[in-house]
Design a protein around this ligand. Structure first.
Ligand SMILES: NC(=O)c1ccc[n+]([C@@H]2O[C@H](COP(=O)([O-])OP(=O)(O)OC[C@H]3O[C@@H](n4cnc5c(N)ncnc54)[C@H](O)[C@@H]3O)[C@@H](O)[C@H]2O)c1
Length: 251
């Protein structure tokens, strides 16, 4: 059987990297996309002959996404899995948030997910199969003070996921999102907590008591659910927004 091919954005760190490691260990050919060229080079150096390709991309740029898809298309004509994990946060109350910070978050998190979904689903439509998983957040289900642009972008990702899922459901393509709670050992968590402290907002550690399991997630907790959504066992699931929150959010 042909080797499966995966494209993962945000794969130089955190959840994307945990997915990359799991897929490579299963023999899947992986295209690792990220804006962090140095971290991608480290991944490549450590890949020890595994089928890993690295592509530097800014998913918030239409031109950069187009060029990354062109690079991928030179190596493979098919893409079986797309995981959109790249994302950024910016902490500010709405009253203080500049329009440029608002646009920056929407551009990477929502525009970037749209651009990647659009480019890859065109290939999946032609091949009449594929799996897409978009990494949203539990802030796609509830807003939080200081996270307005981020929450808006993540609510948008769930709407995009559901609409695309309906458009391609009859072609054997599934499109789902995952909604993690706070995930430690990620750059995003460290940066968000630093910004929260600077702005007098609560950090994830301050809110630990709200998580029934009593701990934050680690990237592998989320990667396991994403890999299930890529598997044949999840063939009848589409348009879902799956919480991975240790019980923090149950709706
Ligand atoms: N860490 C958390 O607490 C948490 C909670 C819920 C959801 N999430 C979501 O999980 C996803 C993965 O984040 P993570 O926690 O692994 O954080 P992370 O910061 O460790 O990883 C994010 C990766 O995305 C890359 N990236 C950022 N902007 C990019 C761009 N414009 N183009 C290409 N690559 C870009 C970064 O370089 C980084 O490698 C994000 O979408 C995030 O919103 C994270």
């Amino acid at each position: 059987m042909d080797r499966k091919v995966a494209v993962i954005t945000g794969s130089a760190s955190g959840i994307g990297k945990a997915c990359l490691e799991r897929l490579l260990s299963q023999g899947v050919e992986v295209f690792a996309l990220d804006r962090d060229e140095v971290a991608l080079a480290r991944l490549k150096a450590a890949s020890e002959g595994k089928p890993l390709h690295t592509v530097v991309v800014d998913i918030g740029s239409e031109e950069s996404v187009r060029s990354s898809i062109e690079q991928i298309s030179k190596v493979t004509s098919r893409i079986d899995y797309l995981i959109n994990s790249a994302g950024i946060d910016h902490l500010d109350r709405i009253a203080e948030c500049s329009f440029s910070d608002w646009r920056r978050i929407l551009s990477v998190n929502l525009d970037g997910t749209f651009l990647m979904c659009q480019a890859v689903v065109r290939k999946m439509i032609a091949q009449r199969s594929g799996r897409i998983v978009n990494v949203a957040s539990w802030l796609a289900k509830a807003g939080m003070a200081g996270h307005g642009p981020y929450a808006a972008s993540k609510f948008g990702i769930v709407g995009l996921t559901q609409s695309l899922a309906k458009e391609v459901a009859d072609l054997g393509i599934t499109v789902n999102s995952v909604c993690p709670g706070p995930v430690e050992h990620t750059q995003m968590r460290a940066e968000a907590d630093t910004q929260s402290l600077a702005r007098g907002l609560s950090t994830a550690k301050d809110r630990l008591h709200l998580i029934p399991m009593g701990r934050m997630a680690v990237p592998d907790d989320v990667a396991g659910v994403i890999l299930f959504l890529l598997s044949d066992d999840a063939a009848y699931m589409t348009g879902q927004a799956i919480n991975v929150t240790g019980g923090l959010w149950m709706n």
